[in-house]
Design a protein around this ligand. Sequence first.
Ligand code: UDP
Length: 330
Amino acid sequence: MVTRDEHVLVAGGAGFIGSHVCEHLLSTGNRVTCVDSLVTGDITNVSSLLEDPHFRFVEFDIARPLREWPGLEPPGSVLNLASPASPKDYQRLPIETLRVGSRGTEHTLEFAVLHDARFVLTSTSEVYGDPLEHPQRETYRGNVNPIGPRSMYDEAKRYAEALTMAYHRELGADVAIARIFNTYGPRMRADDGRMIPNFITQALSGAPLTVAGTGTQTRSVCYVDDTVAGLLALWRSGLTGPVNIGNPHEMTVRRVAEEIRDVTGTTSELTSIPGAVDDPRRRCPDITVARTELGWSPRVSLREGLQRTVTWFAHSAKSIPPISQASRTS
Ligand code: UDP
């Protein structure tokens, strides 16, 4: 990986993907200020970095202006990964999710412009909603319910993209937009409600794997190291995007559950639970832009990625009671 040797402010740096971003940036010779409100992030995600003199952790909510934290060193780049990201989290925190997507994006953009820094927004495949075009290209404008149960996240991110482009067009800000598709790996919260942590936690405890609805809805899951490599390739490029970052290997949710059953060797059965409202039926990125413009594509196979993730959950994840059907909210 090319070294940029600069100071990077990572908002949301104590979250699942954010903590991996901080780690990669440090390992390639950059200095990192990680800003996180710890609403859904966790300090233990970056605890191994706290001793590094090139790393600084600041507990702060970017829904407030960054100038309210006077000691922040001017960054060369600002990467904004701050947001609740699992349906269970953003549905229990709807106003905070809208705030961090709107005010949080504005405050990080302002800070980047003030310091003439490159700004990277991590947007999401959720901007495509329940897509009518398949696979999803960056030109697709989406099929989003603006008042539905996912709207706090989808519309916050759509607004964040619009704001990022407004700063680019009106103020000449150096910006990039990454649309991140489903990502999994070590440091996902066992209780974040998403498919992969739920299935792994259930499989490891011998509980049934809760497949929502028919289980024929699809997702395309990308191992976190691949997602981070794509995101940082976009950061290093001069591209504005948006650019889809995800794994184009599409699978049904039932298939993901079966893979996890195989990898864990569990005897757990699959069980059906009610499907979620407005659950996207199909999701798969077209990554032609990332392949051709960034020279990036995912490398880690599903089997390999799941093995690494299961190992982490078995040894390192905070232990929580098995997730039952009754406790699932999304
Ligand atoms: N899902 C499931 N069982 C679970 C959790 C999720 O079948 O215990 C389904 C969910 O309904 C959706 C898919 O898995 O169809 C992916 O959900 P996730 O929450 O991981 O992320 P999303 O892609 O919906 O944001």
